[in-house]
Design a protein around this ligand. Structure first.
Ligand SMILES: Cc1ncc(COP(=O)(O)O)c(C=O)c1O
Length: 408
């Protein structure tokens, strides 16, 4: 096992026990997702924010998996969507409109044709407000604004802003436009980015959002801090723990203080994707070839980054051999099956004893793996779901007829 990562022995045993009986029945590669880690993560959130009016929304885009949506809805919890397909998925899974929050840019393009009464909608631009305000009024939506604070920037080019939300000056105009339309603003929202390193960053964004609200005469009932909590056991490519400076206890303190920043606020909302669900899945790949050249061992697998784990381009995850493999560790690159050098799940020292025929579990595959799957030279992998008692296939492996037959 990678010494770099801090999964508990119980967690590793949980996945090994679930996967072991499956590898004889289900050809690799496949994803296995389980509700159990989500239940544990939610319990952790509920403990950390106990006594505070904090509402957790399921971020649909992170893991658009029907049994997960169904389970979440059965818990009476609400869902956040950012596109027409996600919205329709929420309706198909029977979320009541009052449990659906519509975020995301350019929703004036699609929301009018799907509109239902009683939604929560955060406007992303003045254009959206102009186009959607009459509908919002007629259908009794609870409306909010996404703000673009100085804490939000393009993580790949930090001197540049993002395209989302309204600036302080636009928020002033938005407040006036909403009043003219007879709509009361009820929510202010920001989503800073993924892997927000520390609670202090949320606190600064909240202070700025509160100042914008004072200036624009806005008194939100809800303050929606988006997602961005860094998941445990995931490393950045420079081998640092993504959550090194983060703690839920400190974040609870930030939320408690936020209640004082916004007079009249009733709830703080969070929409964490990765933090909640990354831990809820593994990608299981088979080692199908092994090569050695110039001091590097290559394990060529039937699944990898290009097809199944695009996040491996910016996150380092633990790799767990299903059979216990120990002994001398040598520099190793774990490659996928596509004709791209880029197709690397991991490059690190791994036991020399891993061999062709072994199975490897790429851990923490429960966030942004399904939405970023590709069909590069191959079809989609099977998806298995563990509901706490049993495992079933919820999506079969894509067949050649599906892959080639989609063309007319
Ligand atoms: C509006 C919004 N909320 C929540 C999230 C979830 O982010 P994360 O998975 O980093 O928690 C995203 C991700 O892009 C988002 O755009």
């Amino acid at each position: 096992m990678d010494q770099l990562f801090a999964h508990s022995p119980a967690e590793l045993t949980f996945w090994r026990r679930l996967v072991r009986p499956l590898v004889g029945q289900q050809a690799t590669p496949f994803y296995l997702f389980s509700v159990v880690p989500i239940q544990r993560a939610l319990a952790e959130l509920d403990r950390a924010f106990a006594g505070l009016p904090v509402r957790h929304w399921l971020c649909c885009k992170t893991q658009p998996l029907p049994p997960l949506l169904r389970w979440w809805r059965q818990q009476g919890r609400p869902i956040e969507v950012v596109s027409e397909y996600e919205f329709r998925a929420a309706l198909a899974e029977k979320f009541p409109p009052a449990h659906i929050l519509v975020n995301g840019p350019a929703k004036h393009r699609w929301l009018p044709r799907q509109a239902v009464a009683g939604l929560f909608v955060n406007f992303d631009s003045l254009t959206e407000i102009r186009a959607l305000a009459p509908l919002a009024k007629r259908l009794g939506w609870t409306v909010g604004l996404r703000l673009n604070t100085r804490e939000e920037f393009d993580p790949e080019a930090p001197t540049h802003p993002t395209q989302f939300g309204l600036t302080a000056a636009e928020a002033l105009r938005a407040g006036r436009a909403l009043r003219r339309a007879g709509l009361a603003l009820q929510c202010v929202h920001f989503h800073l980015r993924s892997h927000v390193a520390s609670p202090a960053i949320y606190e600064r964004a909240l202070q700025e959002a509160a100042a914008i609200c004072r200036e624009a005469g806005l008194a939100p009932r809800f303050v929606d801090c988006g997602g961005g909590f860094p998941p445990p056991n995931v490393h950045t490519l420079d081998r640092q723990r993504a959550d090194a400076e983060f703690s839920l206890a400190a974040m609870a303190g930030v939320c408690a203080r936020a209640l004082k920043l916004f007079p009249g606020v009733e709830e703080i909302w969070l929409e964490n994707g990765r933090w909640l669900s990354a831990r809820s899945g593994v990608l299981v790949v088979g080692v199908v070839d092994a090569k050695e050249r110039r001091g590097m061992r290559h394990l060529i697998c039937d699944g990898g980054r290009t097809l199944h784990a695009l996040v491996a381009a910016w996150e380092d995850h633990a790799l767990l051999p299903l059979a216990r493999r120990t002994g001398r560790a040598v520099p190793t690159t774990v490659n996928g099956p596509t004709c791209m050098v880029f197709d690397q799940l991991a490059r690190r020292r791994l036991p020399r004893s891993i061999r062709v025929g072994d199975h490897l579990l790429w851990l923490d595959a429960g966030a942004y793996h399904l939405p970023w799957e590709t069909r590069f030279s191959h079809g989609l992998a099977a998806v298995l779901w563990h509901d706490g008692r049993q495992v079933r296939t919820v999506r079969g492996r894509e067949k050649f007829a599906d892959w080639w037959g989609q063309w007319s």
